[in-house]
Write a protein that binds this ligand. Structure first.
Ligand SMILES: [Zn+2]
Length: 336
């Protein structure tokens, strides 16, 4: 990394790595700036004739950035987070992805690839994988809970970890409003988890002078948008005047809806009636200016006229969530 003239050069190279194998540039920054020790990913794009050349380029970029990389010698059929994961040979005609690991140390990069593979086949390796990735201990404990080994019906587990984090939260720190935008690679044990907040602060701090536009936009969204949220694949961001009593009862007079619904392409299997319902909600949100959320139902309206009232099957799906207000400095405000 010392060879690089400036942070802009680092930024360009990290983004190129991200594009080559769909790796998270945010997480890569974490490794480059020693905020986390390693990263590993299996959603790296289908292995094809172009992969060897792309791996060569990845090796060059990593070397420029002072990083070491490792990759699996087998392909993996994945459909995360629905848990389809199968190991096949490189010459198998079925489509599969490589697991790629990146760290400052070669042994750690190799270990990252091995642990990724093990944790997908046996949930008991999830914790050692997380440890290797530098996840906080409190969140590793939460990961054990998400494994849901005792089959608790009320535990969404890895299908909807954001809701499980929410259930354990008294407030939502803007840094950890994963309903709007996730900047952390692990699932936080609560949405106010101190080491997770620090991780996001460190990442944004490292990026502030390199990618000021990204940092400004991320902070603005995390602090000012509310999310109508089903899962990480389906959400609508809303700006406006927000009120809530607790996390299950909320309302917003909104404008500027930003639709982020991708489950039809994100997953290989879908429920047609769910997709149809989402399309209808998306259309009504576009025509409305107010959303009311309760544990039993939610309602979209326009200037007091109801456009859609939808019964919920579960109090937490969907939810309407905004980060807790940021406290003003004590120097500015006297006691209330
Ligand atoms: Zn934690």
């Amino acid at each position: 990394m010392a060879k690089l003239a400036d942070k802009a050069d680092i930024y360009g190279k990290v983004q190129e790595i991200g594009r080559l194998f769909y790796l998270s540039s945010i997480e890569l920054f974490g490794v480059v700036f020693d905020i986390k020790p390693a990263m590993a990913e299996a959603n790296t794009g289908v292995y094809d004739a172009s992969t060897p050349d792309r791996l060569k380029r990845l090796g060059e970029l990593c070397s420029d950035l002072g990083l070491k990389m490792a990759f699996s010698r087998r392909k993996y059929i994945i459909n995360s987070p629905r848990g389809i994961f199968q190991e096949i040979g490189l010459d198998d005609p079925r489509e599969g992805n490589l697991i790629i690991g990146i760290a400052k140390d070669q042994k750690v990069a190799l270990s990252a690839v091995a642990h990724y593979h093990w944790k997908m086949l046996h949930s008991r390796y999830g914790r050692s994988f997380g440890k290797l990735m530098g996840y906080p201990d409190c969140c590793l404990d939460f990961g054990d809970y998400l494994n849901n080994n005792d089959g608790n019906q009320d535990n969404f587990g890895f299908r909807n970890p954001a809701v499980e984090s929410l259930k354990r939260s008294k407030k939502i720190a803007w840094q950890l409003n994963v309903f709007v935008l996730s900047l952390i690679p692990h699932f936080p044990c609560s949405l106010d988890c101190r080491p997770s907040r620090k991780y996001v602060d460190d990442i944004l701090g490292a990026l502030r002078d390199t990618a000021p536009g990204f940092v400004f936009e991320a902070e603005d969204k995390l602090k000012n948008c509310a999310a109508l949220y089903w899962s990480c694949a389906d959400r609508i961001l809303l700006r406006g005047s927000f009120k809530n009593n607790d996390f299950l009862d909320a309302e917003i007079d909104y404008h500027q809806p930003e639709i982020q619904m991708v489950s039809d392409t994100f997953y290989q299997q879908n429920d047609d009636s769910y997709l149809k319902e989402l399309r209808e909600i998306r259309e009504k949100i576009g025509k409305g200016n107010r959303l009311l959320m309760t544990p039993e139902y939610f309602e979209i309206s326009n200037d007091g006229k109801s456009l859609l009232k939808e019964k919920k099957n579960h109090p937490y799906v969907p939810v309407l969530i905004k980060s807790s207000p940021v406290k003003e400095s004590r120097h500015k405000n006297g006691p209330k």
